[in-house]
Design a protein around this ligand. Sequence first.
Ligand code: NAG
Ligand code: NAG
Ligand code: NAG
Length: 265
Amino acid sequence: MQRLYVIPIFVVALSFYAKPSSGCDLPPNLWCSSKETARNCQVEKQCEAFVWSVRAKPVQFALYYESLCPDCQIFFRNQLWPTFQKISSILNITLVPYGNAQQEAVGDHWKFTCQHGPNECLGNVIETCAIHLLKKQETFMPFLACIEMNTTVLPNESAPDCARQHGIEYDDIRKCSMSGLGNSLEHAMAEMTNKLSPPHTYVPYVTLSGVHTEKIQDAAMENLLKLVCDTYQGPPPEPCKQKTLTQKCFRKEYFNNVILNDPKL
Ligand SMILES: *[C@@H]1O[C@H](CO)[C@@H](O)[C@H](O)[C@H]1NC(C)=O
Ligand SMILES: *[C@@H]1O[C@H](CO)[C@@H](O)[C@H](O)[C@H]1NC(C)=O
Ligand SMILES: *[C@@H]1O[C@H](CO)[C@@H](O)[C@H](O)[C@H]1NC(C)=O
């Protein structure tokens, strides 16, 4: 007799347990639209095998900067370069070395005036030529990061050494930086920067998937790795799975135990 009502209770309990949570009241074609929906609809494995791994595009990230700006150098050192080293496979980086410079047409070329003087303009055009000549981010990123992370000498002085370190032919870059080609490439960087919407009012200035908001800017400055990992639609690469990604500036338990219990505060 007892089994007769144990079974209905079991079935009710099972159906309750198996019921998709509220996030899954979507048509099936949207179940793989985000990791959260897939989890709610219990189709994570299927999305990973048949959808995400096939169509996931790298995250489009652009940095608008200028070669001698200290905050840009800090961003390269603390965020962009470490993130690139960990997850370049899911990143498509656009670098635009121009920043707060000004341009003026003089005869058949462009005259640039840079916030940190002529050495910054020279650094910008060296980096612009490197991006143009080296083409692939796997090649130009290590070179540019090497230049930007060296704050003891000017970009034109670290560049030859950085090229040597990374097996890059520097002479072509140097020639480009002094030529009409370099001048027109830098003009293109100026145009990209001037077209920004909203217009940039500071550097470093970032866009994610072509979009700039204060929230994206702050997230990139604070933890670019986390921002890119959170944006990527495909299966997360190993560095995106590490717990440290969610760490905050201070630990909650530290805050509660030490700060709240400190009689002086
Ligand atoms: C990377 O970004 C550039 C534009 O900056 C674009 O032309 C290219 O198609 C992108 N590549 C991928 C794989 O998304
Ligand atoms: C770099 O530029 C500075 C000043 O603009 C100049 O004095 C120096 O000779 C240059 N160095 C190289 C290696 O070209
Ligand atoms: C910066 O570049 C100069 C010249 O290439 C080099 O001597 C120096 O060691 C570099 N400094 C750092 C911190 O990389």
